[in-house]
Design a protein around this ligand. Structure first.
Ligand SMILES: [Mg+2]
Ligand SMILES: [Zn+2]
Length: 219
């Protein structure tokens, strides 16, 4: 099937916000005030992500071990991955999160082979530096531009389903053929009239995919 399913990571594929899990354990004293500035909208999301992790001195190995021990995959994701593999549906992660923590959780679940569009990380003596690899000149707010990944699949002639939970998912959701939304993204889709389904876990997504096309009512 000529379909790509693109999934946000924190609070979507992962039950928890893994960035916050790590910053709560390894972040420096600045993290909470940066988080407040981010919530107040006084710093760009990109600067928030970048500066929080610059305050971290832990090693890659110790942080990955912490993720493996404390993070959870949302139910149904492994089943969805297996189904997509069988149907030749492209399933990928699109996130503002850092590569090492996304990999740690996926690898623990035997899903390290999934394509993941992440932010690159460099562990230096000055903390963890971010490497934004999927950027676009007119979309600088968030660092990586999630919509550029949607566009990448669309130009391959694929239909794109997008799965997410938050404000940073709104831009890619606007460009997707169908959105699976929960939490804040659900409210935003309702407000903007974006074609969407509410989901709790990935079993809901799988159930929808197994419906005949005609029953889906996707424009
Ligand atoms: Mg999220
Ligand atoms: Zn963008």
């Amino acid at each position: 099937m000529n379909l790509a399913i693109l999934c946000d990571f924190d609070d979507t594929v992962a039950v928890e916000n893994v960035a916050h899990l790590l910053l709560g354990r390894f972040g420096d004293s600045q993290w909470q005030s940066l988080l407040q500035q981010f919530r107040d909208g006084t710093i760009r999301p990109k600067d928030y992500f970048e500066r929080c992790f610059l305050g971290v001195r832990a090693s890659r190995a110790s942080m990955q071990a912490y993720v493996r021990e404390h993070a959870h995959l949302r139910p149904g994701f492994r089943e969805l991955a297996r189904y997509c593999q069988g149907q030749e549906i492209e399933l990928a992660i699109v996130t503002h999160g850092l590569d090492f923590y996304v990999e740690a959780l996926l690898e623990r679940e035997g899903l390290g082979w999934l394509p993941a569009f992440t932010v690159g990380s460099r562990f230096t003596s000055n903390g963890i530096e971010s490497d934004f690899r999927y950027t676009r000149d007119d979309c600088q707010e968030w660092g990586n531009c999630k919509c550029s990944v949607v566009d990448r699949y669309r130009t391959q002639g694929r239909r794109v389903f997008y799965v997410g939970d938050g404000l940073s998912d709104l831009c890619p959701a606007r460009r997707a053929d169908l959105v699976f939304a929960r939490s804040r993204l659900l409210e935003l889709c309702q407000q903007e009239g974006i074609p969407h389904r509410e989901f709790q876990d990935f079993n809901d997504v799988l159930t929808e995919l197994q419906q005949p096309l005609s029953a889906r009512g996707v424009p």
